[in-house]
Design a protein around this ligand. Sequence first.
Ligand SMILES: [Zn+2]
Length: 135
Amino acid sequence: MSKLEGGCQCGAVRYEITGALMGVGACHCRDCQYASGGGPNYVALAPRDGFAFTKGEPRRYDRAGGSGETVSRVFCADCGTPLISQGALPFHPVKVGSLDDPSALSPMVHIWTSSAQPWHPIDPALPAFPENPPS
Ligand SMILES: [Zn+2]
């Protein structure tokens, strides 16, 4: 896979993904609705060792996730663009909208549809899970 690059809207924070993505999905949980401003978060799952910030110092907001572990939402302190989440997972969910070319990736799965907003369409052709997919 070629390198993917992205960053925040104002340009203060930049990152690159050098590892093969572990998937692309849309998460409809309430936490993601806050982070997206309405609908689901569209995220590309980058392996932890294949992701790096290359410019700037993003800010973190720590919060207990659904199963009690700490999940950090990482964003630009200047412009507020949500960038990635960090937690106990083997990957970092990277916000697709922060990529330089978000059109390059489309979701393969919808998760946490139990809290999806009724007005948000979900592609019936894609697998969907009411909470996290079985691992
Ligand atoms: Zn910024």
